[in-house]
Design a protein around this ligand. Structure first.
Ligand code: AHR
Length: 608
């Protein structure tokens, strides 16, 4: 086959600075029990709902019916999350280790030797209490750290703050609170955070690193379906997710069927965007869920709610909502320049009506914010104004590979495309196969080429906690309490991390053999921070046979430095290969020196 690259300046075009980013959705415990480093699950005992007694899952009880009685009631000092846990120690002669409660975290807590963990909890006890808070092995037998807390007899709640330093490592530890003294103690908002989180912002370091390595130019958040909710009452509500963490009610995300304490809230998403150097893309609920809708005639308060969210994010520290942000530690506004009006809501009864109400109000208040419609404008004009429109695709590998030309014939006028969810899914996706990543790579080369009208693109979903039973497969990054790995799609995206803001050059592939339709390619040039220029040629070989490719490059403005030329290959012996905790780099990038770098290079592109 022959690949021709015309790198002459007259045909060069700049790719938008924002082309590639990431999409974070609270699904698969990507946030709660994932990126958000909180180790206690259901820290406020709210997950069982407001009716008491309620289920305290995953908290469990240490002791038997004769020694301890535990229930929930509605006596919390926090009015928005009123449920508290009441523990009554019944024994005079308690077991040596005491009786109490423990929290196993999210399938265990990763406690590491020498590291410090910050404990915060709220306690009330009408008589003097003597509590032991410990980090132990999952069976409670090995002690990793403990602290004794003496509670003076008080009728008011007190806040307890302690540091626990681990003496030993256990990947599936638990936090337990025990007592040997008869009497009643109430608990609420029990939090345990590692002292070391990314920039002290509460994010799990190694997971943020994985994101930083992709150089994402935007962060779309917080969903997805998580934004919509199965029912509106369970949709993400930004207002309930800001302010002191103790006062957040938390909510049951009925799209992915789990409770979140909302420690990772709207403010934290904005902070994460800033930490990643990524533009925040706030996807807000458009008054629609999967099962119910707000009539456009009644949408006004929802519009006001979104305007408030933007004032919170980018208003001055003196504005009413901006001052709330400032009080949380961020006096400077966040740079919110994009907002999406709903997620996958196009076609629903009230979408168009609601959309226009949001659009008009936001346009007037924030004329510079790019507004994103859920209606696909790739094959025909939209019937409403928009700056961008969402395009979602989940397909089998062959289909997605062939979709690399999808935007070739899209009108060059009108709103730009935001491919806000793309992935190979189901049949040949496995838990992240090489095959899936090849098709996705081919699709992305098509987006690079069409980046005059495709402004942004991100894969979905991003994270999955491997411990959960029902997973959406595949995901980009898989983790458990202490390990993580990138699926082939992750490593594939690494090959595109210089594309945003780079220069794209026209490429043509021709072949005398049958391989012609199984190749995809693109070529970009960019300058790095020391002002060196680079040319990157990406070739996807979708077939199980090696292909000899002659690459002819014309029009380059400089000669190629052989010593700095490399080939990076993503492949494996079997196209259905996946990565795993035991073999995280089975399908990963392999770099080598590239010796033939002339105007006509000969390369052998391996099967798949
Ligand atoms: O990415 C998973 C889900 O797929 C998203 O929540 C939704 O937008 C889409 O249907």
């Amino acid at each position: 086959a022959t690949l021709k690259i015309d790198a002459s300046p007259k045909l060069a075009r700049k790719i938008p600075d924002t082309l590639l980013g990431v999409f974070f959705e609270e699904m698969g415990h990507g946030g709660a029990g994932g990126l958000w480093a909180e180790l206690v699950s259901n820290r406020g005992f709210e997950a069982g709902g407001p009716n008491t007694p309620s289920n305290i899952d995953p908290w469990l009880i240490i002791g038997d019916d004769s020694s301890i009685f535990v229930e929930t009631d509605r006596t919390s000092c926090f009015s928005k999350n009123i449920v508290a846990l009441r523990m009554e120690v019944l024994c005079n002669d308690c077991p040596a280790g005491g009786v109490g409660i423990y929290n196993p975290g999210f399938w265990g807590m990763n406690i590491e030797d020498g590291k410090t963990y910050n404990l915060v909890m709220y306690v009330k006890s009408p008589q003097k209490a003597n509590l032991t808070v410990s980090l132990t092995s999952s069976d409670g037998l090995q002690n990793l750290a403990s602290v004794v807390i003496l509670v003076a007899s008080k009728s008011n709640w007190i806040k307890v703050e302690k540091k626990l330093v681990a003496q030993g490592t256990d990947r599936t530890s638990r936090l337990q609170i025990t007592s040997k003294k008869k009497g009643v103690v109430w608990f609420d908002q029990v939090s345990l955070m590692p002292a070391d989180t990314y920039k002290g912002h509460g994010f799990r370091n190694e997971l943020v690193s994985m994101l930083l390595d992709l150089k994402p130019r935007f962060l779309r958040f917080p969903g997805g379906c998580f934004v919509q909710g199965g029912w509106l009452r369970n949709a993400f509500r930004w207002r309930e997710s800001i302010g002191p963490w103790e006062e957040r009610p938390g909510h049951f995300g009925d799209c992915w069927n789990y409770w979140t304490d909302d420690g990772l809230g709207y403010y934290e998403f904005l902070q994460l965007s800033e930490d990643l150097g990524a533009a925040p893309i706030w996807v807000f609920n458009s008054g629609l869920s999967y099962n119910d809708e707000v009539d456009t005639a009644a949408i006004a308060p929802f519009v006001k709610d979104v305007l408030d969210s933007l004032e919170f994010g980018r208003g001055s520290a003196n504005s009413s909502w901006g001052s709330v942000r400032a009080a949380m530690g961020h006096p400077e506004p966040f740079a919110i320049n994009y907002a999406a009006i709903g997620n996958e809501d196009c076609g629903k009864k009230y979408y168009n009506g609601n959309y226009l109400r949001f659009y008009n109000a936001l346009r007037e208040a924030y004329p510079d914010i790019q507004l994103i419609s859920n209606c696909d404008g790739s094959s025909g004009p939209l019937d409403h104004p928009a700056d961008l429109y969402d395009f979602h695709v989940y397909a089998d590998a062959k289909t997605l590979f062939s979709m690399k030309n999808t935007f070739d014939n899209t009108s060059r006028t009108g709103p730009k495309a935001f491919v806000s969810e793309y992935a190979v899914w189901k049949t040949d996706a496995g838990r992240g196969t090489l095959l899936a990543s090849l098709a996705e790579a081919a699709f992305l080369t098509g987006l690079e080429k069409n980046s005059d009208i495709v402004e942004m693109a991100c894969h979905a979903p991003l994270f999955v906690n491997d411990d959960i039973e029902k997973k959406w497969n595949p995901d980009v990054i898989v983790f458990n309490t202490w390990q993580h790995y990138g699926t082939p799609s992750y490593w594939m995206q690494m090959l595109f991390r210089e594309s945003s803001g780079a220069i794209i050059h026209p490429t043509t592939i021709s072949s005398s053999g049958s391989g012609n339709n199984s190749l995809a390619a693109s070529a970009i040039t960019w300058k790095d921070s020391d002002n060196s220029s680079f040319l990157r040629i990406k070739i996807v070989n979708f077939e199980p046979v090696a292909v000899q490719v002659t690459i002819s490059t014309t029009g380059l403005q400089a000669s190629i430095d052989v010593l700095r030329s490399t080939a990076t290959v993503l492949t494996s012996s079997n196209v259905m290969d996946e990565n795993s905790f035991s073999n995280p780099n089975k399908v990963a990038l392999v770099k080598s020196q590239l010796f033939d770098t002339g105007a006509h290079m000969q390369v052998t592109v391996a099967p798949h």
